[in-house]
Ligand binder design. Structure first.
Ligand code: PLP
Length: 391
């Protein structure tokens, strides 16, 4: 008998089940049926990229110098702008030649990091709940995923003393993500100090995902690189996606430990030929315009939306943490409902898409996440619909 053509690797088959599939199917059916769906499921800004960035990109696209492969470590101007911004924003000094790598958003390098660092059987420590990409990336590299809980009672910061010795011995990498998706928690500089000391002791690379660093409403969140000696153990991942409403553009960067950056350069040069130089120039223009009123206005818009949704959901009887950063609201399920049932009822009874916490890991159970990526009036409408439900 002829063997069947193989169209799926064991690596893909081993991925955890996609827990949002059922919600996705019902959402599509509701939209197809013409129902007035309010989509609070995805963290993708609804406002256009600011005009000054679009203009810079248009000029860059028209310049033939951007039309060839963007090899090596990326555009020198972009790296220079990143170094200047890191210095202005965090007081951190980084070498644009060896400590910065432009990337296609933050996801590209977050997902390639285990390939760069880990051997099969090595352990990757992954937050639970957490952005699902960390888990799949460790698995793709043949690593073993060890999840660590982040829970409300500790402000969603992990207990660094709670890891098992046997896991620490095999761990090559820990992912952290502050400000956090999905819980909206922020980290303090003291916490980062503890993490850096811990990582030094156990010789584990810290990958701190700062994709939401600029979506904040209280004091600006710190960088792990502000800790003395952090560059010995840490890399931090940044993105233009959320800060500048640029998710589709695919512009971000990774910054920190030069040996880790070097390994990522090696992976990248075997996977692609760099980020389109015109997009890197757009990234440079975005960072150079970081203080412009348009960017402050985006933050203020999310603040108003946050205040609106939190107040309305609280009035509707739900338990909600008021996020200090990110554009997510992490909402406790009403008593007796698990996260999939609650999300399913929000969709079928109120035409609201929210993501069930279990999709981010077992410790996400008991919560749903809503994204502040629709206008205030829609958020108010969503809360009014929820108020009418009986749980
Ligand atoms: C925690 C976190 N990290 C990284 C990303 C990836 O963003 P990008 O690749 O657009 O920078 C996302 C996107 O939603 C995210 O939620």
């Amino acid at each position: 008998m002829k063997r069947a053509m193989q169209t799926k690797s064991d690596r893909l088959k081993a991925l955890p089940p996609y827990l949002f599939a059922e919600i996705d199917r019902k959402k599509k059916a509701a939209i197809a049926a013409g129902r007035p769906v309010i989509h609070l499921g995805i963290g993708d800004p609804d406002t256009p990229t600011p005009d000054f960035i679009i203009k810079a990109a248009q000029a860059a696209v028209a310049d033939p110098a951007t039309h060839q492969y963007a090899l090596d470590r990326g555009d020198a101007r972009f790296r220079g702008s990143i170094a200047a911004w890191m210095n202005k924003r965090f007081g951190v000094t980084v070498d644009p030649e060896t400590e910065i790598l432009p990337a296609q958003g933050s996801k590209e390098t977050l997902s390639h990091l285990p390939l760069a660092l880990m051997n099969p059987g090595d352990v990757g420590l992954v937050p639970d709940p957490g952005y699902p990409v960390y888990t799949s990336s460790v698995q793709f590299a043949g690593g073993k995923v060890v999840r660590f809980p982040i829970t409300a009672d500790r402000g969603y910061l992990p207990d660094m003393a709670a890891f098992k010795k046997s896991d620490l011995k095999k761990a090559k990498l820990i992912y952290l993500n502050y400000p956090n998706n999905p819980t909206a928690a922020s980290a303090t500089l003291d916490f980062y100090r503890e993490v850096v000391a811990w990582a030094r002791e156990h010789q584990i690379v810290v990958a701190q995902d700062a994709a939401y660093s600029e979506v904040y409403f209280e004091s600006p969140p710190p960088s792990i690189l502000q800790v003395d000696g952090a560059k010995d153990v840490a890399v931090e991942f940044y993105s233009c996606s959320k800060t500048f409403s640029m998710t589709g553009w695919r512009v971000g960067w990774v910054v920190g430990n030069p040996a880790v950056i070097e390994s990522l350069v090696q992976i990248k040069s075997n996977m692609d030929n760099g980020v389109f130089t015109a997009m890197q120039r757009a990234g440079a223009a975005a960072l150079e315009g970081y203080d412009r009123p348009e960017i402050h206005a985006l933050r203020e818009m999310y603040r108003r939306r946050r205040d609106c949704l939190v107040a309305a959901l609280t009035a509707a009887g739900l338990e909600v943490n008021r996020p200090e950063a990110t554009f997510y609201v992490w909402i406790k399920c009403p008593a007796g409902l698990d996260s999939r049932t609650f999300a399913d009822r929000l969709l079928t009874e109120a035409d609201i898409v929210a993501t069930p916490g279990i999709g981010y890991g077992p410790h996400g159970e008991g919560y749903v996440r809503m994204a502040l990526t629709v206008p205030e009036a829609r958020l108010e409408e969503a809360a009014a619909r929820i108020k009418r439900l009986k749980f």
